[in-house]
Design a binder for this molecule. Sequence first.
Ligand code: ZN
Length: 88
Amino acid sequence: MSLTRNLKVIGEDKKESFYCDLCDYPLVEKKDFEMSNSYDCCHRCYLEFAESRKEAWKNGWRPKKSVLNSYISIRRKLYKQKTNKEKK
Ligand SMILES: [Zn+2]
């Protein structure tokens, strides 16, 4: 029998982010937080940019500002359409 106790350190230094580093959208779903923890971006950005180039992503690769901006503006439009069409 072991009497060794595992003391858990509470309040780790890890900063919790609530917004995507890339598109600045708030993290909503659990997946967004998971992706933010591992890839510094939300789930959508992960699918759009990181998934296909995980190695480069981990090495610091990020999409160009111009690419990012058009991606964000498309997202914004889609987001608006969605909220306008919301029936509930
Ligand atoms: Zn994002």
